[in-house]
Design a protein around this ligand. Structure first.
Ligand code: F6P
Length: 343
């Protein structure tokens, strides 16, 4: 039987386990394939650290958040033991015929390089941010939007009681999809995204007009949003070398500025990793399961260098190259469409 190794790399995301389950169930049932999981992303591939995956291991996994395999931001080339020659040896020793890498942009870039270095590899796009080019939606996004929307609903009742301006920061370094969708769903009075700088004067004008109607202003801001006057200096490198958008969190910068300029009391909430943890929504479970199943087809057909993706309502095949074309940001006309009702 053909044997494939699955890894999950980069930030975790609700639905990862459903992808693993979908691939293993279809692969075993339809093609007689065998699977192992690499522990902690590329680390498990570089060091041959694996667990067996079969029907009994993936039972009941579709509603479990996180990843049973573990993940890391470790790269396949970054350690002295990394690199294609070592990885080829690991695959040969373990009798593995191909790699399935579930991850975001960084994972796709590493996968493409490994492919060019002769490693048989396919991909599954993953991010709660929904900013991968080749797919209409990524799994995990819908879950994050649900959680952010619930946070807005909850902030609204406390905001209204105290007549305060509530500023909610959601994830999204390069794209404002979570902010846009949760902001629309939760009826925010202003939505601030990385794609479109807005001045503090404009933000305060929206806040004041809401307050003048006797309502508590609700501002939703993506972590990557910048005021036009803000410098890049706010970005900072983490312990793992990963670039964090900024130190304090943009909501904590905005709330005092709003308070000072409008005289309206303001409070900041940073939603953080709550929006990435826990049970995936039914939408994300369905999407992730379908992507996992389509991945079993991909490796059966030896479509190395390809990725599975969602186009409209269909699961299709795309490539690492396409996924790595510019990140999928919120089109400005989509933002303008909703911006007219801010304030
Ligand atoms: O890419 C997913 C994401 O959750 C981003 O929205 C966020 O900027 C980043 O990961 C946070 O990374 P970490 O979990 O490593 O702090």
């Amino acid at each position: 039987a053909k044997r494939f190794g699955i890894l999950t790399a980069g930030g975790d995301c609700p639905g990862l386990n459903a992808v693993i389950r979908g691939a293993v169930l279809k692969g075993e049932t339809v093609y007689g394939q065998e699977f192992v999981g690499f522990r902690d992303g590329w680390y498990g591939l570089v060091y041959g650290d694996i667990i067996d995956l079969d029907r009994s291991v993936v039972r009941g996994l579709s509603n479990q958040g996180g990843t049973i395999l573990g993940t890391s931001r470790f790269g396949p080339y970054s350690e002295p033991d990394g690199g294609p020659e070592n990885i080829k040896k690991v695959l040969k020793n373990l009798g593995i015929d191909g790699v399935i890498a579930i991850g975001g942009e960084g994972t796709a870039a590493a996968s493409k390089r490994l492919l060019e270095d002769g490693i048989p590899i396919v991909g599954v796009p993953k991010t709660i941010d929904n900013d991968i080019n080749a797919t209409d939606y990524t799994f995990g996004f819908n879950t994050a939007v649900e959680i952010a929307t619930e946070a807005i609903d909850r902030l609204r009742t406390t905001g209204n009681s105290h007549k305060r301006c509530m500023v909610l920061e959601v994830m999204g370094r390069h794209a404002g999809w979570i902010a846009l969708h949760s902001g629309i769903a939760g009826g925010a009075h202003a939505i601030l995204i990385p794609e479109q700088p807005e001045s503090i004067n404009q933000i305060c004008a929206w806040v004041t007009s809401v307050k003048n109607r006797g309502r508590a202003p609700m501002v939703v801001v993506a972590e990557g949003f910048k005021l036009p006057e803000m410098a890049e200096a706010h970005s900072t490198k983490g312990l793992d070398g990963f670039n964090r958008p900024r130190l304090g969190g943009i909501a904590e910068v905005l709330a005092p500025m709003i308070e000072e300029r409008t005289g309206i009391e303001a409070r900041a909430t940073v939603l953080g990793h709550i929006q990435r943890g826990g049970v995936p929504t039914a939408f994300d479970r369905v999407l992730a399961t379908r992507l996992g199943m389509a991945t079993a087809d991909l490796v059966a057909d030896k479509k190395w260098g390809h990725m599975v993706a969602l186009r409209g309502t269909d699961i299709v095949r795309t490539t690492f190259d396409e996924a790595l074309a510019d990140p999928k940001q919120v089109p400005l006309d989509q933002y303008q469409e909703i911006r007219v009702i801010f304030g």
